[in-house]
Design a protein around this ligand. Structure first.
Ligand code: DGY
Length: 401
């Protein structure tokens, strides 16, 4: 569990103003956090840096106008959510209010116009490094929930329809030793691939613009280890054509970022290449799949199964998706473990205080130092740091260049 220091937060005054809660009203800098975040450490970081922190308490998704009117004429920085449109309009409002930094409370930042932010000289923070295993575990959960028809059979149980064991009741797919396809082999894709290869002895095909030699070597060495124990080895192969992966894999999991190149990467034509009884999982961003085409495909292929954490027009689902028995649907909870959500909040708050204090930007992959009692004087992750020419924090003392 991430360290909390409740006494420090309690001594700061809190005032309620409509849907907004204000902490440390005498702080010299005004910071807005558009939603309540888990834990208290993030708030200590902000109040400890002399910020007055105004937190949106509504669970409703805030519209651009709501946020604009709350930013008002003076706001030093904002922690926002992936559900908000941080395009030119909001960023310009922040700039006009003398804003110096924006941080997404997320690792993904497709909701932020980073190009516009750079033009306005606003650093954009995100929260990498603390979602990896948590999101990979959710992808594993969805994989098996879909392959073994968990949601469908639970609905059956709850409807009181279970009358006893039957040889044909909810027969699903065994994935052990079959072929796994991973699209996007960044941190989360790689963690998921290892969980499935090591745990379920699957052979990996991965599609990514960049080959991951370290992962290939790891899996080859793991295969050698299995051989030395008299077991069948596992394999790993980088494919340059996504079609090859879709045709061969029994299970495909998507872990790519959303951009112009990956929008509707999985469309009707590509779904048609997949095995009739394949499993498709998405914990990245909804628009990577053409959701209307997916509904149609699932309707026509009852043994094809999907596990979705993300949706094309969140929170709206494309017509027909909700009625599909062969779809497992969860509400964008891939990163929802307490450790990760507290960690994201701490990294977002640290991005703000570091930029307000003129600290450099962290370059290491390891984010754990930010959870120690003596965190680095640095911003954990600023996605446009290079473009803005921000100074970088050396990693030498952390042994992680
Ligand atoms: C992120 O951080 O981008 C995730 O989607 C949140 O779960």
């Amino acid at each position: 569990m991430i360290q909390q220091h409740p006494h420090q937060v309690r001594k700061n005054k809190t005032v309620q103003k409509g849907e907004w809660k204000i902490h440390n009203p005498s702080g010299s800098k005004r910071v807005i956090v558009t939603k309540e975040l888990p834990g208290v450490r993030w708030l200590e970081i902000l109040t400890g840096a002399d910020c007055m922190v105004e937190i949106g308490t509504s669970t409703r998704i805030l519209k651009t106008d709501d946020i604009q009117s709350f930013i008002g004429s003076h706001c030093d920085g904002v922690i926002g959510q992936l559900t908000e449109n941080w395009g030119e309009k909001l960023l310009a409002t922040l700039k006009n209010a003398h804003g110096k930094v924006y941080s997404n409370n997320a690792v993904g930042f497709n909701n932020v116009d980073v190009h516009a932010a750079t033009g306005l000289n606003i650093p954009v923070g995100n929260t990498p490094g603390v979602l990896t295993e948590t999101t990979a575990e959710m992808a594993v959960a969805l994989t098996f929930a879909a392959a073994r028809r968990v949601s469908e059979s639970e609905r059956f149980m709850r409807a009181g329809r279970f009358e006893g064991w039957l040889p044909n009741l909810f027969v699903g797919e065994l994935l052990w030793r079959k072929t796994l396809g991973v699209i996007g082999i960044g941190r989360i894709g790689q963690a998921y691939a290892r969980m499935m290869v090591e745990g379920h002895k699957m052979n990996l095909l991965y599609y990514d613009p960049y080959p991951n030699k370290a992962l290939e070597e790891y899996i080859t060495a793991y295969g050698e280890f299995l051989k030395s124990r008299g077991e069948q080895p596992v394999s790993c192969r980088h494919v340059t054509h996504i079609e090859e992966l879709l045709e061969e894999a029994h299970c495909v999991s998507i872990h790519t970022a959303l951009d112009q190149a990956t929008h509707h990467l999985i469309n009707a034509e590509r779904l048609a290449l997949m095995k009739n009884n394949a499993v498709l999982v998405n914990t990245s961003r909804g628009p990577v799949i053409d959701e209307a085409a997916l509904v149609e495909h699932c309707r026509n292929h009852s043994n094809f199964r999907v596990g979705l954490d993300v949706f094309e027009e969140e929170p709206r689902l494309k017509s027909g998706l909700i009625d599909l028995d062969n779809a497992v649907l969860v509400p964008h909870i891939g990163s929802a473990t307490m450790w990760t959500r507290q960690g994201m909040a701490i990294l977002a708050a640290s991005n703000l205080t570091a930029m307000l204090n003129g600290y450099p930007v962290w370059q290491c992959l390891d984010m754990l130092p930010f959870f120690s009692d003596d965190p680095p004087k640095a911003a954990p992750s600023i996605v446009n740091a290079k473009e803005l020419g921000l100074p970088m924090h050396s990693c030498e003392s952390y042994g992680n260049p």
